[in-house]
Design a protein around this ligand. Structure first.
Ligand code: GDP
Ligand code: CA
Length: 342
C-alpha cells in the first residue's frame, strides 16, 4: 500500500482489520510464524515528503501518524499526535526561541523524535530506524518509509516583497502555519531525482498480490512517493493489480486541504479527475482499478472509458467498520482484476 498520514492511517487500519477477518488462521501456521506472516502480509510504503529537521530532531510526520494510529496510542479526537500528550518541553523551546512557535512538539512525541535522531546519529538509515520504532508495538503491518533520502517538500509561493517576486518555504510551514492559504505556484521535492526507494519497497511492489493506493493526498503524499525514481517502474511492472481509492468525495476533500494542492498541478478536485490523473496502466498510467464514492457513481462510465475499472462504494471512513468495508471493496476489486490462474 502507498499511504500518507491521516487518510492513510484510517485506510491502513481498515485493511489490517479486513485482512485479519478474511484470513483469520493465517493458513494454519504456528502462533509465532503466523504473527510474523501477519506482520509482513501488509506492507505500507509511507510518504516522506513531510519530513523535516526542527529543534535539532528529525520529524517524520506521516510515518509517526501511521505508527501511533496502528499502535492505538494516537489522539483520535485531535486527529494527530499521541493520546494523553503534554507540552512542557514545547513551552521551554518557545522561551528559548527554538523551533517554530506555531508547530507544537508534544513531550511524548518528542521522545519518538529523540529516539529516531539518536539512531540516525548512530548511523542507522531512516528505514532501519522505522524498523526499530515498530519493535515497540506489534502493528500487524510493516511500515517502510518510501525512501531513505531526505526529499522534504518545499512550496514555491508568490511574494511581492521577495527578490524575484517569489519565495520557497518548507511544506510544513505552508501547511501548518499558513493552513495552505498562500497560493502555491509549485511543489518541489528537494533532491528527489537522486533519491532511490528504501530497501524493501520495490520488492514489496514486485511480489505483491495486490497494490493499493490509500485515499491520501494525490499531490504531496502519493505524488511524492511516485516521484521517487524507480517506484513508477515497479508499479508498471508488477503482476499485481493496482487499485486506488479516491480521497475526493463529491468534489470535496474529506479531511485536510488536498484541494489546495490539486490545482497547483492542474488537476480538478474531483474523484474522476484524480483517477484520470493517476491514469490507467493499460495506457501508461498507474492504476487498474479506482474506487469512487457512491455520490460519484455518474463518473464510473467515463472512467471506464479512460481504461480504468471503476466502482462506486461508500468511501467515508467514519470508524473501523466503514474503513474495513472500504478495504474489503478494494480487495474485492483487486481479486476481480487478477488475471485468471495467478
Ligand atoms: P496527511 O498526510 O495527513 O495529509 O494525510 P493523507 O495524505 O494520508 O490523506 C489526506 C487525504 O485523505 C485528504 O485528501 C482526504 O480527502 C482524505 N481522506 C481523509 N479521510 C477520508 C475518508 O474517510 N475517506 C476518503 N475517501 N478519503 C479520506
Ligand atoms: Ca502528510
Amino acid at each position: 500500500m502507498l499511504a500518507g498520514g491521516v487518510g492513510g492511517a484510517r485506510f491502513v487500519r481498515g485493511v489490517r482489520e479486513e485482512v485479519r477477518r478474511r484470513w483469520p488462521d493465517g493458513g494454519g501456521r504456528s502462533e509465532a510464524s503466523f504473527r510474523r506472516a501477519q506482520d509482513s502480509a501488509v506492507t505500507v510504503v509511507v510518504n516522506t515528503g513531510d519530513d523535516l529537521w526542527l529543534a535539532g530532531v528529525r520529524l517524520m510526520p506521516d510515518f509517526d501518524s501511521l505508527l501511533y494510529s496502528l499502535a492505538g496510542v494516537n489522539d483520535a479526537e485531535r486527529g494527530w499526535g499521541r493520546a494523553g500528550e503534554t507540552e512542557r518541553v514545547a513551552a521551554e523551546l518557545r522561551e528559548w526561541g527554538v523551533g517554530w512557535p506555531w508547530f507544537t512538539l508534544g513531550d511524548l512525541d518528542l521522545g519518538t523524535h529523540l529516539a529516531r535522531t539518536s539512531w540516525l546519529r548512530e548511523g542507522l538509515t531512516p528505514s532501519q530506524v522505522g524498523e526499530r520504532l515498530q519493535r515497540r508495538w506489534p502493528l500487524g503491518v510493516r511500515l517502510i518509509p518510501a525512501t531513505d533520502s531526505e526529499v522534504d517538500t518545499h512550496v514555491l509561493v508568490a511574494d511581492p516583497d521577495a527578490p524575484g517576486g517569489r519565495r520557497e518555504l518548507h511544506f510544513q510551514e505552508w501547511w501548518t502555519r499558513h493552513r495552505a492559504t498562500l497560493p502555491a505556484l509549485a511543489f518541489e521535492q528537494r533532491n528527489i531525482d537522486d533519491a532511490c526507494p528504501a530497501p524493501g519497497v520495490v520488492e514489496a511492489i514486485a511480489t505483491a498480490d495486490l497494490v493499493l493506493f490509500a485515499p491520501s493526498n494525490p499531490v504531496v503524499s502519493i505524488g511524492t512517493i511516485l516521484s521517487i525514481p524507480g517506484i513508477r517502474d515497479a508499479l508498471a511492472e508488477t503482476r499485481a493489480p493496482v487499485v486506488g481509492v479516491s480521497p475526493i468525495i463529491a468534489g470535496k476533500v474529506v479531511r485536510g486541504m488536498a484541494d489546495a494542492c490539486l490545482p497547483v498541478i492542474g488537476v480538478e478536485t474531483s474523484a474522476e479527475a484524480v483517477g484520470r490523473h493517476y491514469g490507467a496502466r493499460a495506457s501508461g498510467g498507474l492504476l487498474d482499478g479506482w474506487l469512487v464514492d457512491e455520490t460519484d457513481a455518474p463518473a464510473v462510465a467515463s472512467l471506464e472509458g479512460a481504461g480504468l475499472v471503476a466502482r462506486s462504494v461508500p468511501l467515508w471512513m467514519r470508524d473501523l467498520e466503514t474503513s474495513a468495508a472500504l478495504a474489503g471493496a478494494a480487495i474485492d476489486l483487486g481479486a476481480a482484476l487478477r488475471p485468471a490462474g495467478s
